[in-house]
Design a protein around this ligand. Structure first.
Ligand SMILES: *Cc1c(COP(=O)(O)O)cnc(C)c1O
Length: 458
């Protein structure tokens, strides 16, 4: 029987991360005065060892043994040939997915959470603050902090806090503290509540609260951690794509198409960047990040300098942005409700190396159900965005009669997102799209900022 799951042994786990900054040119982050910031200005927020990774242009960065020791609890993750889905669609395409749902918190996020907790610990930090949307990142960081004996405090976007109570329980099980955002514990939170006491919250506001609570901590031993967007987060996630490459080699395949959902860009980047390297060096691959129509950062928003958070604590980052004050409508893929996009992913969009797409909410849940019935795993609502695009490509391959190899990232399972599925079955979900006027209005916040240059690799 032809194999379904392609495993690597623990000995075959990648020992180095791939750093795409070695291969593309980037606009620098800017400080409040409009000048590029130096590493020192980030020191109150992140430990210096992670800041060094953030700005490094070394192509390969060694993964510390202590990090590998924790990652091997579930890594290398399986690469699965989705034969059930292929059959259900009647497609000649070969569909493979990296199953990142097998980690203890159930998503790709601990790949960076574990690395970040390790580097914070190494630097002498005692406590990490962060934000979380759907709760995936908060639970991943709480898990990682528990592995290294660190305290963890999580500001969770209000709408998800109410919709996903069990994520909070997971954080508690790993010893983390989780509070709804906006909260009255920070200036940023109090301002957001004063503006709109009933706000569903947003990642932008929660990031502001988490940064503020780290930098105002009097012990000096608290730092902030971000679960996506930044260069070092993309770096840590490349273990996914590096494993996938080795696994595909074992069965003599190479992807024609690579797909990942994108909120801040990290699971997409993690899978695709090692292949982007090949594409920059001449290989032909179609690479698609997929986002919700309700938060169309890559497909509708311009490439600008903007803040990563609502209270404007972060430097100006060169990225696609709907505006730092934008509060996305409360659709169910909480992990994709972010106004910006990773600068590295944004840069590759500008260069035409990757081609973003968007899908509507109903289509994503339909895709998730098709996957659950044919493959068994109930995917996270975020991952459903990738699956919707995979189904489109597999159908196209059927119409064209072509045996395309499609690789995608199953970024997480949906067992704590059943509320969303329940509402889908009850017919309570609708397609949420933004009008051009709403997008224009949200974008006024960065009109005054400097504009990034158009750069090209090579
Ligand atoms: C957080 C999350 C995402 C989105 O974040 P990225 O940084 O874009 O990967 C996607 N899928 C799942 C399951 C998540 O938890």
């Amino acid at each position: 029987m032809a194999s379904k799951k392609i495993f690597l042994s623990e000995d075959e786990i990648p020992r180095q991360w791939y750093n795409i900054l070695a291969d593309i040119k980037m606009n620098p982050p800017l400080g409040p005065d409009g000048n590029p910031i130096g590493p020192d200005s980030l020191a109150p927020v992140f430990p210096m060892n992670l800041i060094e990774q953030e700005v490094s242009t070394e192509r390969w960065i060694t993964i510390p043994d202590e990090v590998l020791d924790v990652l091997t609890v579930w890594r290398p993750s399986p690469l699965v040939r989705a034969r059930g889905l292929e059959k259900a669609l009647g497609t000649p395409a070969h569909i493979y997915y990296k199953n990142e749902s097998v980690s203890p918190p159930g998503s790709h996020k601990p790949n960076t959470a574990v690395a970040q907790a390790y580097y914070n610990k190494e630097f002498g930090i005692k406590k990490i603050t962060t934000e979380t949307g759907a709760g995936q990142w908060g639970s991943a960081l709480a898990y990682a902090c528990a592995q290294f004996g660190l305290e963890c405090k999580v500001f969770m976007v209000r709408v998800s806090f109410d919709q996903k109570p069990y994520r909070k329980t997971m954080m508690a099980a790993w010893g983390g503290i989780c509070i709804p955002s906006p909260s009255d514990q920070t200036k940023a939170g109090r301002e957001a509540l004063a503006k709109d006491p009933d706000t569903p919250g947003s990642l932008g506001i929660a990031i502001s609260e988490a940064i503020e609570s780290a930098v105002t901590d009097e012990t000096g031993q608290t730092r902030y951690s971000l679960g996506s967007v930044l260069n070092h987060v993309m770096l840590h996630q490349t273990i996914i794509g590096l494993e996938a490459k080795k696994q595909l080699e074992k069965v003599g395949e190479y992807p024609d198409i690579i797909i990942g959902c994108a909120g801040g860009g990290s699971n997409f980047a993690g899978l695709s960047f090692p292949f982007v390297y090949d594409k920059i060096n001449g290989r032909q691959i179609d690479i698609y990040p997929v986002e919700p129509m309700g938060c169309p950062t890559m497909t509708k928003a311009p490439f600008v300098y903007d803040h990563g958070d609502t209270a404007r604590y972060t430097p100006l980052l060169p990225m696609h942005s709907l505006g730092h004050a934008f509060v996305p409508p409360p659709f169910h893929a909480g992990g994709l409700r972010y106004h910006g996009m990773a600068p590295t992913v944004s840069q590759l969009i500008c260069e035409g190396v990757i081609e973003p797409r968007s899908v509507s909410q109903l289509k994503t849940f339909e895709a998730g159900i098709t996957f659950a019935r044919s493959e068994g795993i109930i995917p996270a609502p975020e991952s459903n965005h990738a699956i919707a695009a995979v189904i489109e490509e597999a159908n196209k391959a059927r119409e064209e009669g072509r045996e395309k190899v499609i690789l995608f990232n199953l970024s997480g399972h949906g067992l704590l997102d059943l509320n969303g599925y329940e509402r889908f079955f009850a017919g309570e979900l609708s397609d949420i799209a933004l009008s051009d006027d709403e997008i224009k209005a949200a974008e006024t916040v960065f009109a005054e900022f400097p504009k990034p240059q158009v750069l090209k690799h090579g």
